[in-house]
Design a protein around this ligand. Sequence first.
Ligand code: ZN
Length: 270
Amino acid sequence: MGSLIAAVASYCDIKHLGGRWHVRIDDVDPLRIAPNACTSILQTLNAHGLHSDIPVDYQSQHSDAYSDALNQLTPQSFFCTCSRKQLKTFAVYPGRCRQKKAPTANSSTRISVGDNKITFHDLILGSLEHDLSVAPGDFIIRRKDGLTAYNLATAVDDGAEITHVVRGQDLYPTTAAQIHIMQILGLSPPIYAHIPVLTFADGKKLSKQHFAPALNNAIATENLRNAFRYLGIHIRKNDRWTVQKMLDWGTKNWDLKKIPTQLPLFLPKT
Ligand SMILES: [Zn+2]
């Protein structure tokens, strides 16, 4: 339900502006992707009428663009051989490897943040300033195992062609790091809106790890009605309404200001 809310929010937001909705699967890390996860996500989106306006895009197919970006970031990056144990007691990367300009076996690549303070305007959270030296500090853009780090992949893709990013507030802490990369690469950051995240009463995000119930695609209209409720749009129960009609209604009535700043705990019946 949490993921559906984020998908519905980004869909209605961009459709309301007359734009195109873009589905991208962030699959740079094959080890973290359960078999059939992508198929299942796309099936769920389709069942709820959420169709991508361009062919579904996969980060795993962008490795050339990520390598180019990594090369362009060379002046600001360094190679880090610190182990997790060595960094355990530090809240922020202590800069041990800042002078290592040549890769060695088992090194990751970090980018220096210097004293860069990122300011940006979030359509929900307002104007924000984020001091990168406080968090996350010099962060990893290429992992020890050779995979592109999430922040680099996302910065390259969002900076290339995405105009609006509507996503959960759990991803807000990654935003400043991604803008830092876009600034160096000369890319334009998108407009951001970070929506509240559906949580359990103890503040934990609702997700499979916390035994959140999986969405039942057979009751897609019911799921959508619930999702819209969280987004401040109330749709009365009407058995004749299709998912498309609900999405059209939600798009027409879309207003980021209607989204409550904190979501109440509510587990939809499945
Ligand atoms: Zn290091």
